[in-house]
Ligand binder design. Structure first.
Ligand code: V47
Ligand code: SF4
Length: 375
């Protein structure tokens, strides 16, 4: 069946090469983005997903915390950030963060805290180390996934330290792994248009390389659906693949769907297409032959397309999340969090098997009291 679909496709030669274990080139990737045959591209991606991850769809019981919206970068695509003087700007104290985490921990024993924020001009290194060590002391079994590569470089700059030293200090304080944000699209042309103040794509990769060398795993993202071309997407994906060949430190790739509301790029709203979402998920699965997982961040994608994406290459549904500001300030209409029962049902509806994982993709089982054990 899949052979017939591929034989009839205008990109059948590329799909066949990928299924035979070949590595796709820049030209192959661009051809896939130019093709309208999402059925064949999706079928091939689903087959690759099946070979790598079987029928499993992973999810994590986590809570997101966005500790400050004050940010010196003010990227054009970001509705979340504020200037320090804005009346609704906030920066959480470490006690606030602990209280927020505790209230959810009373309800459900999460295995991960996912912490990201803006580039606050003055918060010192000690704020971040105290945040990590206090969380570690209060929730000893919980994995802390925190600070994008952009935040790490900023924390280093404010503290007058190298990125490597900063990473080591944060690891010693309890940092477990890093989220994949801040990558956007590596192309200089795109960065000039959407986030001129942000570190370069090369600098982002360089922070990740150093984190991986220090034994820290991370995720990787691409923010899509604004001004980028198919070629720029492909070059971004291949830069991640090249880095992964060297370090092996990326756990998952997450395409982040751009939400334009309340941003300086709100005129780009007409470019949003679910066909494009699914094609991008499938092409990512086919091109990233050395990254094990592709995640649907359902908050940004929407629950329905997130479910469909699980048949277009994705194998990870992310998590319970609980509280999310970055996408909701940019007009997302998804809930801010989901219960485990919701996630399990949404995954089961796709015909795949829900598997609770920890941050590092170890399987989690729970006892009758709901306490997690990692196998
Ligand atoms: O870097 C900002 C993106 C990222 C918008 O690693 C926007 O598992 C869409 O990286 N529309 C931060 N996206 C969040 C992030 C993330 C989220 C979920 C899981 C993981 C992970 C990482 O959010 C930013 C930027 O790329 N973003 N504004 C917007 N208007
Ligand atoms: Fe700041 Fe991140 Fe928003 Fe850019 S995307 S303005 S770096 S919070």
């Amino acid at each position: 069946m899949i052979d017939e679909i591929i034989d009839l496709s205008d990109v059948g030669d590329v799909l066949r090469r990928s299924l035979d274990g070949g590595r796709l080139s820049v030209e192959d990737g661009v051809r896939l983005f130019e093709s309208n045959d999402i059925h064949a591209i999706g079928a091939a991606a689903n087959e690759v997903r099946r070979r790598i991850n079987g029928n499993r769809t992973y999810y994590v019981v986590n809570r997101h915390i966005n500790y400050t919206d004050i940010c010196k970068n003010r990227c054009a695509f970001c509705a979340y950030s504020r200037n320090e003087a804005d009346p609704d700007a906030y920066a959480m104290s470490v006690d606030d963060i602990l209280a927020r985490a505790s209230s959810y921990y009373d309800e459900i024993k999460f295995t991960e805290l996912h912490i990201v924020g803006g580039l606050h001009p003055t918060l010192p290194l000690e704020y971040y180390t105290e945040m990590l060590s206090s969380i570690r002391d209060k929730f000893p079994g919980v994995h802390i996934q925190a600070f994008t590569a952009v935040e790490i470089a900023h924390i280093a700059e404010v503290g007058g330290l190298s990125v490597r030293n900063t990473l080591q200090i944060l690891i010693d304080a309890g940092l477990g792994s890093m989220p994949g944000g801040g990558a956007e699209v590596f192309s200089e042309r795109v960065r000039d248009a959407i986030c001129p103040e942000k570190m370069s794509g090369q600098a982002w990769l360089d922070v990740m390389r150093q984190a991986h060398e220090l034994g820290i795993k991370s995720n990787a993202t691409m923010l899509y659906g604004h001004v980028e071309t198919g070629l720029e997407r492909v070059e971004h994906i291949i830069a991640l693949r090249d880095m992964q060949d060297v370090t092996g430190g990326f756990m998952t790739f997450i395409p982040l769907k751009f939400h334009p509301e309340n941003t300086k790029l709100s005129h780009l709203a007409a470019q949003q297409s679910s066909i494009d979402d699914l094609k991008l998920y499938a092409i990512s699965r086919l091109m990233l032959d050395n990254i094990a997982h592709i995640k649907v961040f359902w908050i940004m994608l929407g629950l329905k397309i997130a479910q469909v994406a699980l048949s277009y290459g994705a194998d990870d549904f992310d998590g319970t999340v609980v509280e999310e500001k970055i996408t909701h300030r940019a007009g997302a209409t998804t809930p801010e969090g989901l219960t485990v029962a919701d996630i399990v049902r949404l995954i089961q509806e796709t015909g795949t098997a829900p598997i609770e994982r920890d941050t590092l993709y170890n399987e989690v089982t729970r006892n009758e009291a709901g306490l997690p054990a990692i196998s």
